[in-house]
Design a protein around this ligand. Structure first.
Ligand code: HDE
Length: 692
């Protein structure tokens, strides 16, 4: 008898190789079933003829499991594919009845549930979190009057003025259709060629080249509704508004080189940070405000409030705070919630209305349309994350994946056949603001949209010197990746209209000069009064709250020092993470076990806001001889971080060309004294800008 036949003769070997891990269900609750509810007896082996024969088509469990798996992906979003969501609530500070009748803005004791999804725009679903990009900031308010979606970004302006150019913009920034690269980057010819042919994108480009495009954390960025909207009160009076979200955590950004390093070391940097902070009970919070202005005031501005490439300086129209949003619950299931959530700027409630911003008008069509494909049909609002939390009924029926069982024979209105039909309600129903409009049907861009440089200049000039340098660096990096010299030249010709010094810095970095003919602006470029509110560094608080300190240390670290430092950092609202030479457990001087959060070669210092190096006496030399350790601390210095060090780290510092006392950010920690104030006060400054 052959060996094979021998095996066939023993069909009693039933289970897989799980060994002791195989456990039978002990109660009805624990039993695995098929989708039809039939209890599964064996989830390890498919049904075969004999032990080694062919697999049988009748194996309904195998077929069901594989079929489901085969269909587990849905199309990713055509833009904003990479996103991260969380639940929370919104609470108004007081009644805003004079401004709007929207119910969720009336009662300070009411918490309106929200779901928020942050995203990058250009990259696909698996792209790194820290790509240079605009961030989506989409909020769904589940109000008692229906779902209200405020679908914004982390920058207050946009690239284009008219929705008809959106497919072109996105095609230009996405990977080239022939070669399918570059991924999650605007640093390529087709993007810069397109925008350099679209002067209206200049203002947004300065924002995208700024630090705003590389946020330190999703918790540390602002959000904007961008378009002008309307608010309407119970008397039918309307005012115009622009929405702003301001983070309680402060506004912080990465340095470009850090963002690049983090993309490799932790492509999930932003989502991990959001998940961990919510799990730790450190709930991210934002204040929602509006800039309120009348049509008469709007008519006096030098720019058009319907033009989404323009902002209104806060110095001209200050923010009116409406309430706060707190994110306090992570999702239970990423796919079911974050992936299937469907935002739409057309989801609006009584008391809020649209404006004629042509970009907004196009968006009002696009979102539902794209969701029909992405979510497979017209019933996606029945998915739990999309359902309103207030009563909802109408006469829409049937369609792909209908989950409800609507009752009755009538699905038309008017009808005299059934009682209980849902009926319209003139008193509480949504009514569009009766704005007077008249005019000829034309395909034109209004004259009032023609100034493309004044606000780009306003933004650039309002920055601190460091922020301006970063903008110049951003342009130089991106244009340096363009192979077509004409594209670089065309961009320099635009930059000359924004600021000559900016154009000069960029040209210099590219090995070019500014002897190019500036693009002729359609209208003369003006100098607006500068706006401090546009600079994130001018309004950044000194704080360590919500941040991360990386402690590079070795086996045998002084127990008291470690405990006290950890306590001091946590008292400042931050977290400390231990980076060790090896991943396994280590001991402190008292023999207590410390499980390091990271091992050195897997955790570059770019992952932390500030670092401390504290090797033991006998490991100091080994650490100083370790090229990874030298790199770790050298990069922390280059990224302008505050570095705390103990005496034992002196050699490592020297090897990394860091001079103790070189600036206020290199701080000696005295092991014997339990006082970390100097270090913490320096670390609260976030970075030592002068070091650059
Ligand atoms: Fe979007 N945008 N967009 N957009 N957008 C989408 O809708 C679109 C624009 C924004 O986390 C899509 O469901 C057009 C401005 C966010 O799920 C799509 C135009 C702003 C998100 C779409 C714009 C945004 C989207 C892709 C120009 C800031 C992610 C998937 C007329 C105010 C929402 C989807 C989420 C998503 C269209 C411009 C914000 C294709 C046509 C301006 C935050 O419908």
């Amino acid at each position: 008898m052959s060996k094979g036949k021998d095996k066939q003769a023993k069909p009693s070997v039933r289970k897989g190789n799980g060994g002791e891990w195989h456990q039978e269900a002990k109660s009805t609750k624990e039993r695995m079933t098929t989708n039809q509810g039939v209890v599964v007896s064996d989830d390890q082996n498919s049904l075969k003829v004999g032990g080694r024969g062919s697999t049988l088509l009748e194996d309904f469990h195998l077929r069901e499991k594989i079929t489901h798996f085969d269909h587990e992906r849905i199309p990713e979003r055509v833009v904003h594919a990479r996103g991260y969501g969380a639940h929370g609530y919104f609470q108004a500070y007081e009644s805003h009845a004079s401004l709007t009748k929207a119910a969720f803005l009336q009662n300070p004791s009411e918490k309106t549930p929200v779901f928020v999804r942050f995203s990058t725009v250009a990259g696909s679903k698996g792209s790194p979190d820290t790509a240079r990009d605009v961030r989506g900031f989409a909020v769904k308010f589940y109000t008692q009057e229906g779902n209200y979606d405020l679908v914004g970004n982390n920058m207050p302006v946009f690239f284009i003025q008219d929705a008809i150019k959106f497919p072109d913009l996105i095609h230009a920034v996405k990977p080239a259709p022939d070669r399918d690269f570059p991924q999650a980057q605007s640093a390529h010819d087709s993007f810069w060629d397109f925008v350099s042919l679209m002067p209206e994108s200049m203002h947004m480009l300065v924002w995208v080249m700024s630090d705003r495009a590389i946020p330190r954390s999703l918790r540390m960025m602002e959000g904007f509704g961008i378009h002008t909207f309307r608010m309407i009160n119970a008397d039918g009076e309307s005012t115009l508004v622009k929405f702003h979200w301001r983070p309680k955590q402060g506004i912080f950004s990465l340095i470009w080189d850090e963002a690049v390093v983090i993309s490799g070391a932790d492509p999930d940097f932003h989502r991990r940070d959001m998940w961990n902070s919510i799990e730790a009970g450190d709930y991210p919070e934002w204040e929602l405000s509006v800039q309120v202005f009348t049509e008469e005031e709007a008519n006096k501005f030098d720019y058009d409030v319907l033009d989404p490439t323009k902002l209104i300086p806060e110095e001209d129209v200050p923010l009116t705070p409406l309430g706060k949003m707190v994110l306090d619950r992570n999702v239970d299931n990423f796919f079911a919630e974050t992936e299937q959530v469907a935002f739409c700027p057309a989801n609006i409630v009584p008391g809020i209305d649209f404006s004629n911003d042509p970009l907004l008008q196009g968006r009002l069509f696009s979102y539902l349309d794209t969701q029909l494909t992405r979510l497979g049909g017209p019933n996606f609002q029945q998915i739990p994350v999309n359902q309103p939390k207030c009563p909802m009924q109408n006469l829409q029926r049937d369609g792909h994946m209908q989950m409800d069982i609507p009752k009755g024979r009538v699905s038309n209105e008017p009808s005299s056949l059934d009682d209980g039909l849902p009926r319209e309600c003139d008193k509480t129903g949504f009514k569009s603001y009766p704005e007077k409009v008249s005019g000829e049907k034309l395909r034109i861009r209004p004259e009032s949209f023609a100034d493309h440089y004044t606000q780009a200049r306003l933004f650039y000039k309002s920055m601190t010197g460091y922020e301006q340098d970063h903008i110049a660096g951003g342009f130089a990096f991106e244009l340096g990746k363009c192979q077509k010299i004409e594209v670089r030249e065309r961009m320099i010709a635009h930059l000359l209209n924004i600021d000559k010094e900016l154009a000069g810095k960029v040209a210099d970095n590219l090995g070019m000069n500014t002897n190019v003919e500036p693009i002729k602006p359609a209208v003369p470029v003006k100098d607006m009064p500068l706006s401090d509110a546009l600079s994130q560094y001018k309004k950044t608080p000194d704080t360590l709250a919500g941040k991360k300190v990386g402690l590079l240390t070795t086996d045998g670290i002084d127990a008291a020092f470690f405990m006290n430092l950890e306590e001091a950092v946590m008292d400042a609202g931050a977290n400390i993470e231990v980076v060790a030479l090896k991943a396994g457990p280590m001991m402190d001087s008292e023999g207590n076990e410390i499980i390091p959060d990271h091992f050195l070669s897997g955790a570059p210092s770019a992952l932390f806001d500030s670092v401390v190096v504290a090797p033991t006496e006998d490991m100091a030399k080994k650490l100083a001889d370790n090229p990874n350790a030298v790199d770790w601390i050298r990069m922390a210095n280059a990224h302008l971080k505050v570095i705390g060090y103990t005496d034992q780290a002196m050699n490592l510092l020297k090897k990394s060309h860091i001079k103790p006392g070189q600036d206020e950010g290199i701080v000696l920690l005295d092991m014997s004294k339990n006082n970390f104030d100097d270090y913490l006060n320096a670390a609260k400054k976030h970075r030592i800008w002068d070091r650059s």
